[in-house]
Design a protein around this ligand. Structure first.
Ligand code: AHR
Length: 352
């Protein structure tokens, strides 16, 4: 028997079980959360299924083609690193392509993975729409697809085996709930500005929806400005600067769809002579170490965690698929909410 290349650990199996138990049911590309059609479906048997030894483990290394959408944020860098490290740990051969925010480049990467006859394709889709044709190409080639991080808007959900990533709608809800609590006694109209992520991306769409659905209960909460800032620090700073220049008076609240944009906004707020976290309440999403450091300084008030460390789950799923196992359609990592009061205690525990 050849040397086994895909290693399973008790930890990996435990993690999978834990995440499955904690998983939600939101379909890809939507914030509808209870579609029974999207619960368990059997993974299609890949045409290139690996032969197994007597333990059921594959003998040849699994080849995984991964189309990463870019490198726009600290979250994204941590996500890429997690996938690279997990592939190495699992003995998976990883073909990684960075699409630099271009859906077209993602299509090219997937076509190249198909030509190379990889065993499994994983993709972190930059935007939500337009995926049906390319996913059909992968299906016709008999290559199973794992969606990583972001959702796609497809009617035929058999085009992917599983979607491993955060519940972005829920993250928006958590941000809204924090704000409702923080401002419960605040008098008068509360003016909120929003830094959204990449236009058409599932985190931006779903976080925005979750937040709006939650704050709707307070008629005096108003989102006075909202604009995309592409999940980057530079754009976050530029767009926040514009908000501050255009608004007749500073807003009381900033909701940033990620930490990098919040960090950029903090610079703009300070340059305008205002105190982030005091004059303007700041709520952000991701939970990077840099954001935690700002929380310890009182410059961010709350961070909603979005877990980028998806590598072990993706490798585990790839291994399960190659063995013909059934996977849940949706796997959601456990995530928390951290407030400025908790930051000092937690900052050194941050892994990204
Ligand atoms: O898709 C996840 C989002 O993309 C993260 O919140 C953001 O930081 C990243 O760029």
């Amino acid at each position: 028997m050849g040397r086994r290349k895909f290693r399973y650990s008790a930890f990996g199996l435990l993690l999978l079980a834990f995440w499955i138990l904690g998983s939600g049911c939101s379909p890809a590309g939507s914030s509808v959360h209870d579609d029974p059609a999207l619960t368990e479906t059997p993974a299609p048997q890949p045409e290139t299924a690996q032969p197994s030894d007597e333990t059921g483990r594959p003998e040849k290394p699994i080849v995984l083609g991964f189309s990463q959408l870019g490198s726009e944020s600290d979250w994204r860098l941590a996500n890429t690193k997690s996938i690279q490290e997990a592939a190495q740990e699992a003995g998976v051969t990883l073909l990684l392509e960075n699409a630099e925010q271009s859906q077209e480049k993602q299509f090219q990467a997937i076509r190249s993975f198909i030509r190379q006859k990889v065993d499994v394709i994983a993709v972190a889709p930059v935007i939500q729409s337009g995926w049906e044709p390319i996913l059909k190409e992968a299906k016709q080639a008999g290559i199973p697809v794992i969606l990583s991080d972001r959702a796609v808007d497809v009617t035929d959900t058999s085009l992917y085996v599983t979607f491993i990533g955060s519940d972005f709608y829920e993250e928006g809800v958590k941000a809204g709930k924090y704000l409702l609590d923080k401002m419960r006694d605040a008098p008068g109209r509360i003016r909120i500005v929003e830094l959204a992520g990449t236009v058409g991306s599932s985190p931006s769409i779903d976080r925005g929806k979750g937040f709006r659905d939650t704050i709707r209960s307070r008629a005096d909460f108003a989102i006075v400005r909202s604009a995309p800032a592409d999940f980057t620090l530079e754009k976050g700073k530029a767009v926040m600067k514009e908000f501050l220049q255009k608004e007749p008076e500073p807003p009381q609240v900033l909701f940033a769809h990620n930490d990098d944009m919040a960090l950029g906004a903090i610079e703009a707020i300070e340059e305008a002579g205002l105190r982030p976290g005091k004059d303007i309440v700041i709520i952000s999403i991701d939970g990077t170490r840099s954001a935690f450091e700002k929380m310890t300084e009182g410059k961010i008030n709350a961070v909603i965690e979005c877990n980028p460390l998806l590598g072990p789950m993706i490798m585990q799923a790839a291994g399960e698929i190659m063995q013909g196992h059934t996977l849940p359609k949706r796997i959601v990592p456990p995530e928390s909410v951290f407030t400025e009061e908790m930051a000092a205690k937690e900052v050194n525990n941050r892994k990204y």
